[in-house]
Design a protein around this ligand. Structure first.
Ligand code: DGL
Length: 270
């Protein structure tokens, strides 16, 4: 694909089922200083971690088709491992703007581990995906890969960001089986964009000196290949948050995004 040049009034669209994509937004916001961001959280169908590939793909097509009627999207970032791993290649065929995503950094974990025991945290849909399963199958001979999918962990990460108190023992319970291991993982893949939000809690309940690996660094390599960006662009910033369902958390969510320099908040009917 030819490099797309970001110009005035262009927009980067960030998608996640919930608030996990914020971990990606926070990482890239300082790179694209003058570009408008749209963040869409599909809280109507949160969590995605138990949804089928077909559901997620159809939902993403619908959302991107509708959003691109209203906005000139220069780049879409699927800031959700579950949605990226299930849908990215097919999704790209439907749109003429570049779409990139985040996927669990299994290769990086292999490069980092010293004791050959790797923890892999992701949603059920991600861990069940055939690409992931095939990869894990091939690695099994050499590495011990301990996988945990926990909707509760996604939920707790979201609640933490919303300001609720997180009880460490609740997180600890999720990892009950790991405490019985002879060798604890020295490298843990955070294969869901929600999980960096609770890295501090994981650090407390796990042994010291563990590498926690999430996918955000690779996102920059991906878009550097696709787009050219001039930091001196002068643009009037207008960041927009769309949510697909209004509920008791909506005001808290708006406040989180206000603090991230978002100015417009709207329900997206879809
Ligand atoms: N943040 C999403 C991911 O990276 C998924 C969370 C969910 O909706 O289950 O996989």
């Amino acid at each position: 694909m030819k490099k797309k040049i970001l110009t005035l009034q262009t927009t980067i669209f960030i998608f996640d089922s919930g608030l996990g994509g914020i971990t990606i937004f926070n990482y890239i916001k300082n790179i694209f200083l003058n570009i408008n961001f749209i963040y869409l959280l599909d809280n109507k169908y949160f969590p995605y971690g138990n949804k089928s590939k077909n559901f997620i793909l159809q939902r993403l097509i619908k959302i991107l088709q509708k959003i691109s009627l209203f906005h000139n999207i220069s780049l879409a970032i699927i800031a959700c491992n579950t949605a990226s791993i299930t849908s990215l290649p097919e999704l790209k065929k439907y749109f003429n703007f570049p779409i990139i995503g985040v996927t669990p950094v299994i290769n990086l974990a292999i490069a980092k581990t010293k004791n050959q025991v790797i923890g892999f945290l992701a949603t059920n849909t991600t861990l069940q995906n055939y690409k992931i399963r095939n990869k894990i199958y091939l690695l099994k001979k050499k590495y011990m890969i301990k996988m945990i999918s926990s909707p509760k962990l996604v939920f707790l990460a979201e609640r933490k960001l919303l300001g609720d108190k997180i009880i460490l023992s609740e997180i600890k319970k999720i990892f009950f089986s790991w405490y019985k291991l002879k060798i604890f993982p020295d490298t843990i893949i955070l294969g869901c964009t929600h999980f960096p939000l609770i890295k501090d809690e994981l650090k407390i309940i796990f042994p010291k000196n563990i590498y926690f690996l999430d996918s955000k660094k690779y996102i920059i390599d991906k878009f550097k290949k696709l787009i050219q960006y001039n930091k001196n662009l002068l643009n009037i910033k207008k960041n927009i948050l769309y949510y697909t369902k209004k509920n008791k958390d909506t005001n808290r969510i708006k406040n989180i995004f206000k603090n991230m320099n978002f100015h417009i908040f709207k329900k997206f009917k879809i």
